[in-house]
Design a binder for this molecule. Structure first.
Ligand SMILES: Cc1cc2nc3c(=O)[nH]c(=O)nc-3n(C[C@H](O)[C@H](O)[C@H](O)COP(=O)(O)O)c2cc1C
Length: 185
């Protein structure tokens, strides 16, 4: 699959199943992430590779965080919360690890982590895997960040759920470029 085809045909899938990428494929996926544009060569990224029993740890961290912030929700949605990480064989947590001392603005460092996340999605798609980028509560919660051992300059920008799909995902429709592009010629 060439690059344009991979970009145009990538589509998110809400649920993934086994198998996830193997070790060799994972290496390609992470190498792709590390080729994200990066102003100042700061490499402002961290990745947490959650698979197998790691998903149980993630589920327990999420439940603990919700027990603290919203005890009723934790009681009423316990099964849903504990099952959420099992929606895929692999979850890559993408973190913007912001260097506050740098002359490079924080927003550029976060964008760089976003580009790394997109490279991961494209690499997965090229290798025949499906994925979806999620955020929500698990991204913006201090307790969850502590469970990962992150520091205060680390921002979880996404959970990339990765695996396989049973049914073929149809290529998405592409919006009309004229709705978004101004041409100065
Ligand atoms: C930063 C970011 C966070 C997102 N968070 C969620 C999320 O929590 N839940 C969700 O269903 N989709 C989320 N999405 C959207 C999906 O990843 C996906 O892009 C969307 O469903 C459109 O599908 P497509 O990628 O096939 O166009 C997020 C996207 C981005 C870029």
């Amino acid at each position: 699959m060439d690059a344009i085809e991979a970009i145009l045909s990538r589509k998110s899938s809400p649920r993934q199943q086994e198998p996830g990428p193997n070790e060799k494929e994972l290496e390609l996926i992470y190498k792709s992430a590390l080729r994200a544009p990066d102003h100042g060569a700061l490499k402002p990224w961290k990745f947490i590779n959650v698979s197998g029993d790691g998903r149980k740890k993630l589920a327990e961290a999420a439940l603990k965080a919700i027990e603290i912030s919203d005890p009723d929700k934790a009681i009423n949605n316990k099964d849903k919360i504990l099952n959420a990480p099992y929606r895929a064989p692999l979850i890559i947590v993408v973190i913007a690890s912001v260097n506050k001392e740098s002359r490079i603005p924080e927003v550029e460092q976060i964008l760089s982590a976003g580009a790394a996340a997109q490279n991961i999605l494209i690499a997965c798609h090229s290798l025949g895997y499906s994925a979806i980028w999620r955020t929500g509560f698990l991204s913006f919660n201090e307790e969850v960040s502590l469970s990962f051992g992150l520091n205060k300059n680390d921002i979880i920008i996404g959970y990339l759920y990765i695996g396989s799909t049973e049914k073929k995902i149809e290529a998405p429709e592409v919006s009309n470029i004229n709705d978004f592009v101004q041409k100065w010629s």
